[in-house]
Design a protein around this ligand. Structure first.
Ligand SMILES: Cc1cc2nc3c(=O)[nH]c(=O)nc-3n(C[C@H](O)[C@H](O)[C@H](O)COP(=O)(O)O)c2cc1C
Length: 168
């Protein structure tokens, strides 16, 4: 029987994995059976009665592996409640335009599988850990560095999603 909730994520430097972990922890605290897994590690979605899927935003888009995961599993995902979350740095300024841009990163996956809820969270950027090309891009666009993740907002969102996808 499908009785578990999946929290699936893509990540390049680990910050989205930690956001996914915090979402999973919050659901577990509410007594829900949860698996938190990278999208690339998932084969069989039949154990899941709901899925929360997230990606960091790179150059305005989700990482391809999260999109491909949804594309590949769209049939089964359409039969269960799904929520999406995006993690990005521009989001931390909180302006309506940047929020719209962050939301646009999910346009494609929203067309494939319509989510019951979406979340947009500030991320983390540490320039000394970036690949050469990522460091070059962040210098060009003068991206700010630091950890802007808001754990309270992430946990509150997890509660909202739980109430929608797995009401007590
Ligand atoms: C090359 C590069 C491009 C980025 N582009 C965006 C972007 O378009 N919008 C945004 O909000 N954040 C952008 N970011 C910030 C990342 O989304 C943020 O650092 C995120 O927390 C990274 O997640 P990860 O550690 O899971 O890979 C970019 C970061 C890098 C290094």
């Amino acid at each position: 029987m499908a009785d578990r909730i999946l929290v699936a994520y893509a990540t390049r430097y680990g910050s989205t994995a930690e956001v996914a972990g915090a979402i999973g922890e919050e659901l577990r605290k509410a007594g829900v059976a949860v698996d938190v897994r990278p999208v690339n590690d998932l084969e069989d979605l039949s154990p899941y009665r709901a899925a929360i899927i997230g990606s960091p935003i790179y150059m305005g888009k989700w990482l391809p592996e999260s999109q491909v995961f949804i594309e590949r599993n769209q049939q089964i995902l359409r039969t269960i409640p799904v929520a999406y979350f995006a993690v990005g740095l521009t989001v931390s300024d909180g302006g309506p335009e940047t929020l719209r841009n962050a939301e646009a990163s999910m346009d494609q996956v929203r067309m494939l599988v319509n989510p019951v809820e979406i979340g947009i969270f500030p991320g983390k950027l540490e320039s000394d850990r970036l690949s050469f090309s990522d460091r070059t891009i962040t210098k060009l666009i003068r991206a700010k560095t630091g950890d802007f993740r808001n754990w309270e907002a992430v946990r509150a969102w997890a509660q909202t999603v739980r109430e929608k996808i797995a009401p007590a």
